[in-house]
Design a protein around this ligand. Structure first.
Ligand SMILES: [Zn+2]
Length: 240
């Protein structure tokens, strides 16, 4: 299923359901719902979340900066020869890593930085660092589409936000949006394996991405999610 559909279904249905259940919808809660609707696909090589976080031009810029840094290290002789050459080759070689590897390296460095220097933003720095580390270490389409990941993410939000004044609904927003992503993926041909190593596979094959029928079914669910949101946020307040 496409990232855009996940985003609309996960966020739209979560916020509508929260509204109907009487939870206050704060900006952090809406942001967590939006993030959580895309989070399970963070292990896709071209996931929307990862691409948006580190877009291609930024990656190219980084490569150029690394090469420039390598040349500088060589010419400025900060270390005595031949170590300046060794240092330059080391820095320069990082820029030749394939895009995926380079991206992961940068994400890990950002995670370390967040944990070390962004204490002021606790618990958000820890949550963001966790996501970045998870994104770089989980195997392709493995762990993130399981009930363990759903439970882990919900628990992380619950404990991280327990100290916040208006953090009460964050774990509900995140847990619900994450669960909706998994539910939507059950309807695809790929399905999910919710409890590995149990060989249980859940899939309904309603939507096979790329086929005409699959795309139509996907659109129907997107429209239904939008209609639900329209009903809860626009029509319901006026119906008395
Ligand atoms: Zn998915």
């Amino acid at each position: 299923m496409m990232g855009k559909s996940h985003f609309i279904i996960g966020t739209g249905v979560t916020l509508s359901a929260m509204r109907l259940l009487g939870y206050e919808i704060t900006i952090p809660a809406a942001a967590v719902a939006a993030l959580s609707s895309l989070l399970p696909d963070i292990d896709e090589p071209n996931s929307l979340l990862v691409r948006k976080a580190l877009p291609e031009p930024l990656l190219r810029l980084l490569q150029v900066a690394l090469i420039a840094g390598a040349i500088y290290l060589y010419l400025a002789e900060i270390a005595a020869p031949p170590w300046n050459l060794v240092l330059a080759l080391l820095v320069g070689s990082v820029s030749f890593l394939p895009g995926r590897r380079l991206r992961h390296l940068v994400m890990l460095l950002i995670a370390v930085g967040l944990l070390a220097f962004a204490e002021v933003y606790a618990p958000w720095n820890a949550i963001a660092a966790c996501i970045l580390v998870i994104a770089t270490v989980v195997p392709h389409r493995g762990l993130t589409h399981t009930l363990y990941a759903l439970g882990g993410w919900t628990a992380l939000l619950y404990f991280a936000s327990s100290g916040l004044a208006d953090g009460g609904s964050l774990w509900i927003a995140g847990g619900m949006a994450y669960a909706l992503h998994l539910a939507a993926d059950i309807m695809t041909r790929r399905g999910i394996t919710p409890l590995p190593p149990l060989p249980l596979k859940l899939r309904l094959k309603l939507m096979s991405t790329g086929t005409k029928k699959g795309d139509r079914v996907e659109k129907v669910f997107v429209v239904l999610a939008l209609a639900f949101a329209l009903y809860t946020f626009v029509l319901l307040p006026f119906s008395g």
